[in-house]
Design a protein. Structure first.
Lengths: 174, 115
């Protein structure tokens, strides 16, 4: 690598500069992502920042076709760490859902939000991945063991998922 | 390394914009120079596709990574052995977090020999 010596000192400078930029640059990045989502929405997903905090967004996912979740819309919160996108955002379902990889508190077990996170992901790709997780759970690492065990029996699974959804809608209506 | 002649988009704030007599003057307020027009004679590029953005910060390669003030030599673009490019500042911050993989293809990160 011919230019290593020449670039060795700028490495330190620019890294510390980027770290210092912190909150401001993350806010800018999030605004940029928001703009992208508004100009070019993706099928079945949407997200918007809360009124007074750019680091806390509300999102929604519509159940993919031909799944136990078809026709349902689920709400989530997304909270971004101060070093986003170097660390993953935290997503949580606020609408209860019956799913092998989502517990009854809405916590999600998805590798790309944990150890497989990459700073090349963004809000859009995370939501699209999460939406596809609905129809294709990973039953080997369940958070909801009962739901995972029931997955093979799709008739029963769909019935429980539907009941859970209806219960959530009653809660919302109440 | 690409040539670093600059033109539009990044007027270089060189010392020529400050009068050199400043130091000898008694007032501490620096004079300001307003650039009314200039003629570009060359253009630099990192050799990345036009309008392509860094996969980490999503800013154009020919612009700045967050927290870096000036494009060009202050914010170089580097390639991995896997051929994926990032701003040096961005990939450095990712690697500094203890990861050693390309954010796009997950291959072990090694700087390309010629970057």
């Amino acid at each position: 690598m011919a230019s290593l010596a020449a670039t060795a000192s700028p490495i330190k400078e620019s890294t510390s500069a980027a770290t210092k930029g912190g909150g401001e640059s993350v806010t800018k990045r999030l605004q940029q992502e928001l703009m992208g989502l508004m100009m070019q929405p993706s099928d079945g997903v949407s997200a918007f920042p809360s009124e007074d905090n750019m680091f806390l967004w509300s999102a929604s996912l519509s159940g993919p076709l031909s799944t136990a979740y078809t026709g349902h819309t689920y709400k989530l919160t997304i909270s971004f760490p101060p070093d986003y996108p170097y660390s993953p955002p935290t997503l949580k379902f606020t609408t209860g859902i019956w799913h092998p990889n989502i517990d009854l508190h809405g916590n999600i077990c998805l590798d790309i939000l944990k150890e497989k996170w990459s700073p090349a992901y963004n809000v859009r790709t995370v939501l699209v991945s999460l939406r596809s997780l609905l129809g294709e759970p990973n039953n080997d690492s369940p958070l909801n063991v009962q739901a995972a065990g029931m997955w093979e029996d799709q008739v029963r699974f769909k019935e429980i998922a539907k009941n859970k959804w209806e219960e959530e809608m009653r809660k919302e209506g109440a | 390394m690409p040539t670093t002649k600059r033109d539009r988009g990044s007027p270089v704030p060189t010392s020529s914009t400050k009068p050199t007599s400043d130091s000898s003057s008694s007032t501490k307020k620096p004079l300001k120079v307003k650039v009314k027009s200039f003629h570009g004679i060359a253009r630099w590029s990192w050799g990345t596709p036009a309008d392509d953005v860094c996969g980490i910060c999503q800013s154009p390669f020919e612009g700045c990574a967050p927290g870096v003030k000036f494009p060009g030599d202050d914010c170089p673009v580097v390639w991995g052995a896997c051929k994926h490019a990032y701003h040096l500042a961005c990939i450095s911050q990712w690697l500094a977090g203890g990861k050693n993989s390309c954010p796009i293809c997950r291959a072990d990160w090694n700087f390309a020999d010629d970057s």
